[in-house]
Design a protein around this ligand. Structure first.
Ligand code: GTP
Ligand code: SPV
Ligand code: MN
Length: 628
């Protein structure tokens, strides 16, 4: 252990010069250059503010990762699962009040309020910086501050971006090591002068000397703050998911969407797959569905129709850029999956079940007496005795779920049995199809084809979806979630709509991906899902691929193009004709009400919604009235 000279904290509001103090640093990377100087002084600055007891520069090695996990087990932070069933795997139980993203405490601190827009919480940056200095002052006392250099996308790739997260959570470090490419290759790029994004995370639970720690430290006060002009993130008070794995939603969506706006590309909340038809032709599909609305499931699709195959490329985020060939090229910037556990089972997502054979961190699922894990939907029948996600004894009669509805698994993408061989190719894949979807019990058909790019952007901008457990809020409440980006767009959503239109203008007319809207969640009047979903969603993909190949006609409807139901391959499943009719029913009266709501939604943007989308809304109304 080397001892580094660094400086004591500035107390908020004081002009006193910082005093040098000694702090343990276990090893600093051996790079020089101006970039390294900048990194070191930033780390010193954060340490000066947050006052950690130790600093650990993460090198990304396997030995380091194992030591971190062992240390967390010894400290009672995570439970090692029985290696006979789940080798190399662990269970973490969060604080019961720290279980999902906190959208109400997520801020965009842009210089102008208008640049955050009506869908974000705006904070004035100077005041927010002062507030954060107060909050972070001494927040890492008694803890280790880890310095985590990471790359989103292959290290050094043309579509990749790098960043550094400092955090006082070992759980965040081991999660980042799965979800991103962590290691000294990134530090070397920084040392050589590459641009990087600064992200700071503290659970907000400093330890006084001798104070006993808790397994999941966090703070009732939470902040997830983005400074889009300076490309910085500060997150405080939460150790969970997108609040703590800052490379994910904070960087790869909110900050990256701003970089994309300025550089002419798109950072999207989308899964990415390669679909291979029975003739062996490959198509690339990206799909935006809101949180907990089926991205991981579609990303790992096992088609139930013979001859079709799906290869997984990504399950949550896609970075998409117009290429010189007039097509859109996409990468998955992540390296792992942070997936919803409940509902993941042999009959719904067997690929995920196989992916989770080992080397997985589970959070807030139930523990079996034999040291394996369980959650609702993993098997049809619940085991007789479990320990629930809060650590209490549980039986099927307990009357509450054993796993938290937003319980999750964290696992390397490379472990997925159907991962595409070239899933981390730096240049990405060319897109053929873009899907927009949501969780809609009524109104929205199983599949609708957009008539052109502008109509597709209109469909994306009007997505609404019933709320899920992925974020705090009222379950089931219908809310607008344009492009599934409502909680993730780092700038004014009205400008974002315009950006989508301008990206479309850069594409060759015959090479732009075709856009479709899908809804796996329509329900009958008796409340049951009308569509079997999961593997059978391949039947919808099959129709979409035959549409873009010009093999089938569609039916014009006021809201877009629908399939002739006889063109859907329904061999081997039993969907009654009445259900099919209901799946594709378009009721002009209720769609006119949707159009009124869209008008109200658009009006919140103070004139920033592009004229082309307003025109789409007008012509939708015209077509609906004509159909009445
Ligand atoms: P995030 O990780 O929060 O972004 O979620 P996601 O969009 O990846 O959602 P995921 O695939 O994890 O699915 C969320 C929930 O929806 C799970 O409980 C699934 O079982 C369920 N689900 C996924 N696909 C379908 C489907 O086709 N039909 C039905 N009925 N449910 C589905
Ligand atoms: C989501 O909520 O869309 C997620 C989970 O993918 S989190 O990483 O917590 O944002
Ligand atoms: Mn997500």
């Amino acid at each position: 252990m080397a001892i580094a000279e660094i400086f004591s904290p500035r107390t908020a509001g004081s002009n006193e010069a910082p005093r040098p103090i000694a702090r343990a640093v276990d090893r600093t990377p051996d790079f020089s250059g101006e970039g390294m100087q900048a990194l070191r002084s930033w780390v010193d600055e954060i340490a000066t503010l947050t006052q950690p007891a130790r600093i650990h520069w993460v090198d990304g090695s396997r030995a380091e990762n194992e030591a971190l996990l062992r240390g967390m087990v010894d400290e009672g932070r995570i439970i090692k699962l029985n290696p006979e069933w789940r080798p190399g795997s662990y269970l973490a139980r969060s604080h019961p009040a720290d279980v999902a993203r906190t959208e109400g405490r997520t801020f965009i601190a842009s210089e102008r309020e208008e640049d955050a827009g009506p869908t974000n919480n705006w904070a004035e940056p100077t005041a927010m910086r002062a507030e954060l200095e107060g909050v972070f002052a001494g927040s890492m006392r008694g803890r280790t501050m880890y310095v985590v250099p990471f790359s989103m996308g292959a290290v050094g790739g043309p579509l990749s971006h790098i960043g550094v997260q400092v955090t006082d959570s070992a759980y965040a470090v081991v999660s980042m090591s799965i979800m991103t490419r962590v290691g000294e290759a990134v530090t070397e790029l920084i040392a050589d002068g590459a641009d990087w994004v600064r992200t700071v995370h503290s659970v907000g639970a400093p330890l006084a000397p001798g104070q006993e720690d808790v397994p999941w430290p966090c703070n009732d006060t939470k902040y997830v703050v983005h400074f889009p002009e300076t490309l910085e993130v500060f997150s405080y008070g939460s150790g969970y998911g997108g609040n703590a794995i800052l490379a994910k939603k904070c960087f790869a969506l909110r900050i990256a969407s701003v970089i994309g706006r300025d550089q002419g590309w798109l950072a999207e909340h989308m899964l990415l797959i390669r679909v291979i038809d029975p003739q062996g032709r490959a198509y690339h599909v990206a799909a935006a569905f809101p949180s907990a609305c089926g991205k991981t499931n579609l990303a790992m699709l096992r088609p139930t129709i013979p001859g079709w195959r799906v290869e997984t490329l990504g399950d949550d985020i896609a970075w998409i850029r117009p290429g010189e060939d007039g097509r859109l090229w996409a990468i998955n910037p992540e390296a792992g999956f942070f997936g919803v556990a409940p509902g993941t089972g042999e009959s719904t997502n067997v690929t995920a079940v196989e992916t989770l054979w080992g080397n997985t961190i589970f959070t807030n699922v139930a523990l079996r007496p034999d040291g394996d894990v369980w959650w609702e939907g993993l098997t049809d029948e619940a085991p007789a005795n479990l320990t629930d996600w809060e650590g209490n004894a549980w039986t099927p009669d307990s009357g509450r779920p054993a796993a938290h509805p937003n319980s999750r698994f964290t696992v390397a993408a490379a472990q997925c049995p159907q991962i595409a061989e070239d899933w981390d190719a730096p240049q990405g894949v060319p897109l053929d199809v873009i899907l927009f979807g949501g969780r809609r019990a009524t109104n929205v058909p199983l599949v609708v084809e957009a008539t052109d790019w502008a109509h597709g952007v209109f469909l994306g901008s009007t997505i609404s979806s019933e709320r899920t457990a992925a974020a705090e809020g009222t379950l089931g409440e219908l809310r607008r979630d344009p492009f599934a980006m409502l909680p993730f767009c780092g700038y004014n959503m009205g400008d974002y709509f315009g950006h989508w239109l301008s990206v479309g203008n850069k594409l060759r007319f015959d090479r732009a991906p075709r856009i479709f809207q899908v809804n796996w969640f329509r329900r009958g009047s008796d409340g049951r899902f009308l569509w079997p979903g999961f593997g059978d969603n391949s039947r919808v993909i099959d129709w979409i691929i035959r549409r873009i190949s010009g093999e089938v006609d569609a039916v014009e409807s006021p809201i877009g193009r629908l399939p002739h139901t006889e063109d859907l391959n329904l061999d081997g499943i039993d969907v009654p004709q009445a259900d099919l009719d209901e799946l594709f029913a378009v009721d002009p009266a209720s769609w006119l009400r949707e159009a009124d709501l869209t008008e109200e939604f658009y009006a919140t943007f103070n004139g920033k919604v592009p004229a082309a989308l307003q025109a789409e809304l007008s012509s939708l109304r015209y077509r609906l009235k004509a159909a009445q």
